[in-house]
Design a protein around this ligand. Structure first.
Ligand SMILES: [Zn+2]
Length: 227
């Protein structure tokens, strides 16, 4: 048996100050029912499918790709592998060499989390001048079998890039990308289980997620590896 130890919330709060990718609609929440009128509360949401911490489905950049309601849910969870890239500066590329020594752990089971430290700049213009991954590094990870990518910045591609080459590459392999993660510095325990499940939006290109890291521990009283 196992039990859940620490739970780390890797998600941004969605509200009027959540960073929005330039050109995307801001998040808003308006009341449609109120206690003093109807006796209950209901709100209407207006938001981009890429609001806050969100998952990009292959459909985002690949017209025949799977939408968020079609991706296998197993693709949205995996063992977190945090790559410390906090030395990177604004607009600096993340290179293949940045993964040296981690090659063996890069696999089809891993949820590769690029920890740039950029989430600390949320709400400031610098947030959108983030480090980005080089195409060669992305191809290397895909060759190793990696299909789950996460970053604590607005994107994996170079700021302002068009087309989104890395997104297309990953989408072409059926992979997913989670952007705008936070709190990656709290993942100081081994083998966190990362879960980033999208809303089941029919035909959705992306969806906000409640991204979590769970620490799985042997249940008290159970013998590890015992029968
Ligand atoms: Zn996105």
């Amino acid at each position: 048996m196992w039990r859940i130890g620490r739970v780390v919330d890797l998600s941004m709060r969605l509200d009027g100050v959540t960073p929005v990718y330039p050109g995307d609609p801001p998040f808003s929440m308006e009341p449609v029912s109120a206690f003093n009128r109807e006796g209950f509360v209901v709100h209407r949401l207006e938001l981009s499918t890429h609001a806050g911490t969100h998952l990009d489905a292959p459909l985002h950049t690949c017209c025949r790709g799977l939408s968020v309601d079609g991706i296998p849910l197993g693709n949205c969870a995996g063992e977190g592998l945090v790559v410390d890239l906090r030395g990177k500066k604004a607009g600096e590329p993340i290179k293949r060499e940045d993964f040296s020594g981690l090659e063996e752990r890069m696999s089809g089971e891993a949820f590769v989390l690029l920890h740039t430290g950029w989430s600390g700049k949320g709400g400031r213009p610098e947030y959108f001048r983030h480090p980005f991954m080089e195409e060669e590094a992305c191809r290397f990870l895909l060759q190793r079998g990696v299909r789950r990518f996460g970053i604590d910045a607005p994107g994996l591609d170079a700021p302002g890039a068009s087309p989104l080459i890395l997104h297309r590459l990953i989408a072409g392999h059926g992979g997913i990308v989670v952007e705008n993660l936070v709190n990656l510095e709290q993942l100081d325990f081994p083998r966190p289980l990362i879960c980033c499940f999208p809303l089941k939006i029919g035909g959705g290109d992306a969806s906000p997620v409640r991204a979590l890291a769970l620490e799985l521990l042997p249940a008290s009283g159970s013998r590890e590896g015992g029968g």
